[in-house]
Structure formats: C-alpha cells, structure tokens
Design a protein around this ligand. Structure first.
Ligand code: SF4
Length: 335
C-alpha cells in the first residue's frame, strides 16, 4: 500500500492518478499566472506547479492560492528562503531537488513543512545530479527521502526524471521497488508537442500499466494546456480514465465510402467535454465495419450512398452519407 495524504484537497496515494502541469508565466505576475492556472484547471489539471525562483514570486503565492481553483505546488531550487515564504503564504506542496540544495536548507524547509502540514516532492533529475545510471538516480532519490523521513516528515512524493524513455522507466521501476511513497511520474524536457507526447506516452504509459505512478506530468515546450490534454490521453489509453467519449475509426483504404477522418474528428471535438464512457465507431465500409466495431455502443459502417448505423452490433437504420455526422451526434445525445 502506498502512503496516502492530501495535496490541498486532492488525495495522492489513494489509488487514483491525478494530472499535473506547470505554469510558464513569471510567477510574480499574478494576473498572468492566475489566468494560466485557471486555464489549466479548466482543461482538467488536478494540481498546478509554479516556479518560485525569488522572494517576489514567493510573496505572489499568497494571491495565487486565493484565486486558484486547484492546489498549487511551489518549485524550489538552490535556496530555502523562497520556500519558507511560499509555505507561510499557503502553498499546498513544495518540490525540492536535493541534488542542488544543501542539507541545512532542506532541514529548514522540512521543519516549516511539518509546522504547516505541507507535503514535499523530492524530485531529482538525472542531469541536475550528474548521475551515471537510472539505478543511481533511484537510489539517491530514495536516500534523500529517507533523510527527510529521519528529520520527522513522511508526507513525501518522489520523482526521478530523465529525458530518456528507457532510463526513466528503469529509474521509476527501481524506485517503486525501494519504497511505498506516492510517485510523480513523467519525462523531463520531453520536447515539443509531437515528439514529447510520444516519448511521454511510452514512458508514462508503460509505468502506469505496471501500476507505477500516482500523479503524472507530461512536460512539453509551449502552451502548458497541451500538457494536460496529453496526460488525459495517456490515462485514457491505459484505461485509468474511462469517463470519456472514445471514437474509434478505421484507417481507411480503397473501400472507404465517406470522409472517415473528418467525421471522426468532428465527433471527438463535439463530445470532448462529455464525462461518460461511450464508444463510437466510425468505419469506412461494411466489410469490416460491424465485425470489428461490434463492441462499440453505436457507430457507422459506410455504404456507397447510404451508410449503416448500428447499435451494440445490431443494424439500426441506414442514412444518406451526408447525414452520418448529424445522426451520430443525435445518437450521442440520446445515449
Ligand atoms: S473498415 Fe473498410 S474502409 Fe475502413 S479500412 Fe477496413 S476495409 Fe477499409
């Protein structure tokens, strides 16, 4: 069993897997940062991290936590000073990197976290600690957590990130074998939206399928809202999040009778805020249509001018091809 506790009002270690992201506005710019936090929360982030590089940013935490709809994590490097201010100003969790902080500074942060009942993420990145192997990274992170535990605090979340898929998976597997702390999983510096999403999906998805990971972050360059959507797609692909409309679509071929991709994308877009487990199949022809999409709640199998609408593997009706989208949307609403 994992240790379980709250980050603000969000549980961790209780069997759920939450989605995190991180702002990229200057934290001291409270208007811009609040606005970005609200957008991340609206997209589905459960927890948002903000950098706290200086005392001005630490002072801004007071305002940010009041405005934020989700718990906030303060990201601290090098010095304890801004961490102590952020904790007094109501931050819900602190992330420290023992790879770049003196033990004396860590001790000060831990004392303050105990006083304010604030969990700590111990997150070491392979690059920042100058380590050679993922196993070393896991061991160092575990040892750092043990030191904090010896200081009297065990509301700890651990993370061991690298920018390499295989090393990240190895490091987390090792760490999971060493401890029962909740784990924050992700790749660091994964890259731009497309390549970063794929690398993150392989690393995070592999770990989640192993039962490793309690909160995830997909690190991408650019708009952090994309990180939230990417994380949600991973949770859905591995079956952790089932409350969404899944649109399955055939890859299309010479038999395709209508614009499958266009219809599938339109349904995905129209249903993206529906939080119910519904499976809709968009199949380009009747050859494989019914057979391969038999487990869908409903769907379409294309015909020359008219296409077959089916529900639970049974024929429901035929509709003209230019009415397919409208009919599928109507069935979604009815469902
Ligand atoms: S379902 Fe039909 S159109 Fe789609 S790929 Fe298969 S054979 Fe081709």
């Amino acid at each position: 069993m994992k240790k379980s506790f709250l980050i603000g009002n969000v549980p961790i270690g209780d069997g759920s897997v939450t989605v995190q992201s991180m702002t990229n506005t200057p934290t001291y710019d409270v208007e811009k940062t609040s606005e970005q936090i609200a957008k991340l929360a609206e997209a589905g982030a459960d927890i948002v991290r903000v950098s706290v590089p200086d005392t001005e940013s630490a002072e801004a935490i007071k305002y940010l936590v009041q405005k934020s709809p989700v718990p906030l994590v303060g990201d601290i490097h090098f010095s304890s000073k801004s961490a102590l201010i952020a904790i007094e100003n109501g931050i819900h969790k602190i992330r420290v990197n023992p790879g770049n902080m003196k033990e004396k500074e860590i001790r000060e942060i831990v004392k303050k976290c105990i006083e304010y009942d604030i969990p700590i993420r111990v997150g070491i990145n392979k690059g920042s600690a100058g380590l050679k192997s993922p196993e070393e990274l896991a061991r160092l992170t575990y040892d750092s957590a043990k030191k904090i535990e010896d200081m009297g605090w065990d509301k700890l979340v651990l993370a061991v990130k690298t920018s390499n898929v295989s090393e990240t998976v190895t490091a987390y597997r090792k760490l999971a074998s060493l401890c029962d702390y909740p784990l924050h999983v992700g790749l660091t510096e994964a890259g731009t939206a497309q390549s970063g999403e794929i690398k993150s999906a392989i690393a995070i998805g592999s770990l989640l399928l192993d039962g490793i990971g309690n909160t995830v972050r997909v690190s991408l360059s650019g708009n952090p809202v994309q990180e939230v959507y990417a994380a949600q797609k991973i949770l859905r692909a591995v079956g952790i999040d089932k409350r969404f409309v899944e649109v399955i679509a055939c890859p299309t071929c010479a038999r395709t009778c209508f614009p499958v991709d266009e219809v599938a994308k339109s349904i995905e877009e129209a249903t993206k805020f529906i939080k119910k487990p519904i499976k809709i199949a968009v199949m380009g022809c009747v050859v494989n249509g019914l057979g391969e999409a038999g487990d869908a709640d409903f769907g379409v199998a294309g015909g020359k001018d008219h296409s077959l609408i089916f529900r639970n593997g049974q024929k429901l009706k035929t509709v003209p091809n230019d009415a397919i989208l409208q009919e599928l949307l109507r069935l979604t609403e009815e469902f």
